[in-house]
Design a protein around this ligand. Structure first.
Ligand code: HEM
Length: 139
């Protein structure tokens, strides 16, 4: 029973990470350059419309990452100094992703592309740290 709950929580955590970081990668590397090729007058309209549609997904992903992340932390208490240090760095970077993510989905945001770059970099580092955390306690 506990194992089923752990699997469900891991699935939710990974799925939320995929939605958030995958969406940001697509927005930064595919959508932003495509929008930049439009006439200036249309750029803000399309950018804002896409940001508005991503907003609900992003908020849901943040909510699920916080809830399932807290569950994962409780599950992994007492794993030692290196684990705790890396987890602390990961959580700080996650806070950057959440804060900048909330700014990105706001309308009238001339800094959106730069913020997408920041979230993309932090997100990729977070995933790398998560892989190390997992490696630190493989059976
Ligand atoms: C942008 C935000 C986040 C991303 C992209 C992310 C991504 C991931 C990924 C890919 C894993 C590996 C899953 C696995 O192998 O089981 C993971 C595990 C984990 N995450 Fe997150 N996460 C995020 C936020 C958080 C937050 C906010 C917390 C804590 C409050 C957290 C705590 C953990 C813990 C404790 C693990 C387990 C690591 C282990 O296997 O020892 N995560 N995360």
């Amino acid at each position: 029973m506990t194992e089923a709950l752990n699997v469900l929580m891991r699935w939710l955590h990974i799925t939320a990470a995929v939605v958030l970081i995958g969406g940001v990668l697509y927005a930064r590397l595919v959508v932003a350059p495509a929008i930049a090729s439009l006439p200036a007058a249309e750029q803000d309209t399309l950018g804002d419309a896409m940001a508005t549609r991503f907003r609900r997904l992003l908020f849901l992903a943040v909510l699920f990452l916080l809830a399932t992340g807290a569950y994962n932390v409780i599950l992994n208490l007492g794993r030692g100094a290196l684990y705790q240090t890396l987890l602390g760095i990961k959580i700080l970077l996650a806070l950057h992703v959440f804060a900048a993510g909330i700014l990105i989905v706001k309308a009238n945001n001339p800094k959106r592309t730069r913020q997408l770059t920041g979230v993309m970099i932090s997100g990729l580092i977070i995933i790398a740290i998560s892989a190390v955390l997992r490696q630190l306690h493989l059976p």
